[in-house]
Design a protein around this ligand. Structure first.
Ligand SMILES: C[S@@+](CC[C@H](N)C(=O)[O-])C[C@H]1O[C@@H](n2cnc3c(N)ncnc32)[C@H](O)[C@@H]1O
Length: 364
């Protein structure tokens, strides 16, 4: 049986188990659905690129990882070049960002020798790709941030937070009820429903008009809190890049992508990429032990790190065909109509200087 056929069958078995679980125990939260379907999805495929379901910035252009590498090395120097320092990536995908970052910084004296590479990744398929691509740096793998070592760190997370499970609440007659996933009367199709009881969080959530939807991402807030505390105690910097909003607001941003198209969230559980926009205001508030920089737009961040200078350098040695690709991919990263403003960049640092590059906070 070919891989595609096997995946389809596995996905059908996964969906069947999910339906039986709901039939036996009742509706599940959106967070449970996202966690289970997300784990299955990433464990069974390489979802990136034209042949996959979506494409991320490091897969669009080497410039992205190179500039982030330069950002890390620059901050490391500003910190006084600690040795050792943990270089951490959350959700490294194919390992492309990290490989580009490490290549771009190989001539920074002492940097390669100082770093200890730690990758937080749940998917065995992607872990294998990462360990092959980054073998020279002998990465240590972690299932979650809980086992990351103490000490100064440089942490990168590109499109990691958007994959973490969210909870949704809907306003009904002046109270918040959790949105759940249950079974339609045919006991086959999955369907959204509301918990009939107001949520225990009802009083803690802000009032809003009836039918409004509010999202919370407890897993992202836990990351913010933990990394904020680590940074305040041990120093370093963490960079989070993702699509999302700068101020908290009501709205439904839960989405499913398959083969680069928006698809139904519930039709093929485990066979589509499930994400939600990041609430950067809530994230920053949860990281209040650390100092927050930004968020700024991806366009502002990459331009202030010099993406156009890097583009010009790449263009010099490129064939006409390559030049077109370089120009198009740079545009895609910074154009407001593409990824330039939807994606935001937020940094957390320890409580003392230095400040990181790229946030308009350079010392005078
Ligand atoms: C959208 S991909 C981004 C990949 C990469 N950062 C990039 O920019 O190409 C999300 C990554 O996070 C990983 N991931 C998702 N949820 C995770 C979790 N709860 N714990 C650890 N890794 C997770 C996925 O396996 C994948 O590597």
């Amino acid at each position: 049986m070919g891989r595609e056929a096997r995946d389809v069958n596995d996905a059908e078995a996964f969906a069947q188990r999910l339906r039986r679980r709901i039939e036996t125990s009742g509706p599940i939260s959106i967070a449970d659905y996202m966690a289970d379907a997300g784990s299955f999805y990433y464990a069974t495929r390489d979802p990136f690129g034209v042949a996959g379901d979506f494409i991320t910035a490091p897969e669009i252009s080497q410039m992205f990882g190179e500039l982030i590498g330069a950002w890390c090395a620059d901050f490391w120097l500003r910190m006084g070049a600690p040795n050792p320092v943990s270089l951490i990536e959350l959700g490294p995908g194919r390992g492309t960002l990290m490989a580009d970052a490490l290549r771009a910084t190989r001539h920074v004296p002492g940097f390669a020798e100082a770093i200890r590479l730690h990758l937080v990744e749940q998917s065995p398929v992607l872990r294998k790709m990462q360990s092959e691509k980054l073998a020279a740096f002998a990465p240590t793998f972690h299932d979650s941030i809980a086992t990351l070592p103490d000490g100064p760190m440089l942490l990168i997370a590109n499109e990691f937070l958007d994959a973490l499970p969210i909870r949704q609440f809907q306003r009904r007659q002046g109270a918040w009820h959790e949105r759940m996933i249950g079974l339609a009367p045919d006991k086959e199709a999955l369907t959204f429903c509301l918990d009939p009881q107001p949520s225990l969080l009802d009083k803690a959530l802000p009032a809003a008009a009836d039918d409004s939807i509010l999202e919370l991402c407890p897993a992202a807030l836990a990351v913010a809190e933990d990394i904020g505390i680590r940074l305040s105690e041990d120093g370093g910097a963490a960079l989070f890049i993702d699509y999302g909003h700068v101020t908290s607001a009501c709205g439904d941003t839960f989405q499913a992508l398959r083969q680069h198209q928006h698809v139904s969230i519930l039709d093929e559980p485990g066979n589509a990429d499930l994400t939600a926009h990041v609430d950067f205001a809530a994230f920053a508030a949860a990281a209040d032990s650390a100092v927050t920089h930004g968020p700024v737009t991806q366009r502002q961040f990459l331009q202030s790190l010099g993406i156009e200078t890097r583009e010009a350098a790449l263009l010099k040695n490129a064939s006409p065909e390559q030049q077109t690709t370089i120009r198009e991919s740079c545009e895609r990263l910074i154009d407001p109509a593409a990824m330039g403003t939807l994606f935001k960049v937020l940094a957390l640092t320890g409580s003392t200087p230095p400040t990181p590059a790229g946030f308009g906070l350079e010392p005078a």
